[in-house]
Design a protein around this ligand. Structure first.
Ligand code: ZN
Length: 301
């Protein structure tokens, strides 16, 4: 990947995710909002999501225990989702890459599964290998903002926890390198508990065969630790369209602005997305940073 010199003054946002669909589920509105604000966006995905459960019968044979073709299919789901997040007038501002190239490291599945024991699994790769690969991307793209997961990996998936570890190590490696890049702002992307509960009010109207679990949701984060809230109401339609692109993983109920994963548990498409600022440096951020909350504001508390 080579970055054009003509874009060197632009603001740049890098989001590091574990599997295709995480970028939209957790940060889709932020990607779209950043795109609208003229920010260059690079989504780094660490695996192809080969171990995911598949919704519906038509594509069930792609699963890891059958044809093992899900990863290649989800590659294209991700490309379509990233395109859906862009506004028509800003085509090309959002790009996606896979860490180490597509298929370099494999989805590890949940703890204790066969997938977690695969020698190619992301969690089984030496941390220095995966972190060095990400550090190289950081040095090349020179992001002003990087996002990763909290130490619990949002909801405890081993690959998400590893993404947290890899990103923190990569940011250190990139800063220490002779030709390095000291990332000005590093965030954890999280889902705040209170906002989730408020958004969950619309779930009463979801399809009858979806499961409603009051208080449920992917790893809800303590509200008092959130430093940055991105209002994504204007981008919600594009986020919903991007969620629909991940059809092997996600069902979408547009009227109720809700979705469900393969466990059929109803969840709201959030009005805002949440971040925790965990690292700042004195490295300058280009002018105009107030146009997007991740680039502005005070340092960590
Ligand atoms: Zn994931």
């Amino acid at each position: 990947m080579t970055r054009s010199r003509t874009t060197s003054a632009a603001r740049r946002l890098m989001l590091v995710h574990a599997h295709p669909d995480d970028e939209t589920l957790i940060t889709g509105g932020t990607i779209a909002a950043a795109c609208d604000a003229g920010i260059e966006v690079l989504v780094v995905t660490c695996t192809l999501g080969e171990e995911g459960e598949i919704i519906g019968d038509e594509l069930a044979g792609l699963a890891a225990q059958h044809a093992d073709q899900l990863g290649g299919y989800r590659y294209w789901e991700l490309q379509r989702a990233l395109s859906a997040l862009e506004a028509p007038e800003s085509r090309g501002r959002v790009r996606g890459v896979f860490l180490g190239g597509a298929g370099r490291w494999r989805d590890s599945g949940m703890a204790g599964t066969d997938g977690s024991r695969n020698p190619r699994a992301f969690i089984n790769a030496p941390l220095v290998d995966t972190a060095s690969a990400l550090a190289a991307l950081i040095q090349d793209f020179q992001p002003h903002v990087v996002t990763t997961y909290d130490p619990n990996g949002t909801y405890g998936h081993p690959d998400h926890i590893r993404v947290h570890e890899v990103t923190h190590r990569a940011v250190e490696l990139a800063a220490a390198s002779a030709r390095g890049w000291d990332v000005p702002r590093l965030y954890w992307s999280v889902i705040g508990h209170q906002a989730f509960q408020e958004n969950a009010a619309r779930l009463s109207g979801v399809p009858a065969d979806w499961v409603r679990e009051p208080g449920g949701g992917l790893g809800l984060f303590p509200d008092e630790q959130i430093t940055t809230r991105i209002d994504v109401r204007d981008q919600r339609d594009r986020k919903a369209a991007a969620l629909q692109c991940h059809a092997t993983q996600i069902m979408v109920d547009l009227p109720n602005r809700a979705f469900a994963l393969s466990n059929w548990v109803a969840q709201p498409i959030m009005d805002e997305e949440h971040f925790v600022l965990v690292r700042t440096t004195g490295h300058p951020v280009p002018d105009g940073q107030a146009a997007h909350g991740l680039f502005a504001g005070p340092g960590p508390t």
